[in-house]
Design a binder for this molecule. Structure first.
Ligand SMILES: [Fe+2]
Length: 277
């Protein structure tokens, strides 16, 4: 069983949505930062992939240490091997959907996009993906501008690009319309939100992090502020799932509304999320 591989470490999360029947299981990974090269890669791409993978061997360890997380020999594997283990785990666990919340690739480049498209194309389950700040906002065939929505029994998941610490006016408008429909909504995005309710926790627990790591409810950018406030204030938004900080944190945007921040998938972090009534 691949789930017993010492590479993985799991966090269990529950999102409660009144009226949802049964238990709906999701697997969330983020910040896999994959570096790859293939026979079509240029020499420059190959050299960059090797250099960046080497760099992450040190840096993912530093993030793990800063966040008090696991980082043994099993986690010190190349990013490509890590991503393939994560996909094999998803095949074994068969979640209702695999959720990938950005920085899937270390950077947007043709080899990486080919690789990701092929691997996710071969994955037999449903998946949802958003770009991270390390990626272009339109990478390969995997992401194009616009909110993406999947319907489940009694709730929806909306994938939103907030990788530039804001959302587009069009996406904000789409989200407002979705909220108006009243169907319970879980938001999947890359960068976490900082609200008055979780600010103290951000400051206390994420002391090594500055405002690079989250979008503030008082942000100067109007769409950024609008996005955070919609997530806080709309009854339709039930939870937010994201990444970016390379450490696992669970907090509440407002009391009862969880924000699940996944840790670095390239170092074995996996969020198991159960949505239930
Ligand atoms: Fe990242």
């Amino acid at each position: 069983m691949i789930k017993d591989d010492p590479f993985f470490w799991f966090r269990q999360n529950t999102i409660t949505i009144p009226g949802v029947r049964g238990e709906h299981k999701f697997m969330h990974i983020t910040d896999t930062h994959v570096n790859v090269s293939d026979e079509e890669s240029t020499d420059e791409e190959r050299a960059t992939a090797e250099k960046q993978d080497e760099m992450w061997k040190t840096f993912k360890g530093r993030f793990a240490e800063a966040n008090g997380e696991v980082y043994g020999e099993a986690q010190q594997i190349p990013t490509k091997d890590a991503f393939e283990k994560q996909l094999a785990l998803a095949e074994e666990l068969k979640p209702e959907a695999l959720l990938l919340s950005g920085d899937n690739l270390e950077y947007s480049h043709p080899t990486g996009e080919r690789y990701l498209t092929k691997k996710l194309g071969a994955y037999t389950g449903k998946y949802m993906i958003v770009p991270g700040n390390h990626e272009d906002q339109s990478f390969g065939t995997l992401w194009s501008p616009g909110v993406k929505v999947l319907d489940f029994e009694g709730f929806r998941i909306a994938a939103v690009d907030d990788s530039r610490k804001t959302v587009s006016p069009e996406d904000l408008s789409t989200l407002r319309s979705l909220c108006d429909e009243g169907v319970p909504l879980i938001i999947l995005c890359h960068i976490p939100l900082s609200t008055p309710n979780c600010k103290a926790l951000c400051k206390e627990k994420m002391t090594h992090m500055d405002d690079y790591f989250y979008i503030d409810s008082e942000a100067e950018d109007e769409c950024a502020r609008g996005f955070v406030r919609l997530c806080m204030e709309s009854d339709a938004v039930k939870a937010l799932i994201c990444g970016h900080v390379h450490g696992y944190y669970k907090m509440e945007l407002i009391p009862g509304k969880p924000q699940i921040i996944g840790s670095q998938g390239m170092a074995g972090a996996v969020d198991l999320i159960t949505v239930t009534g």
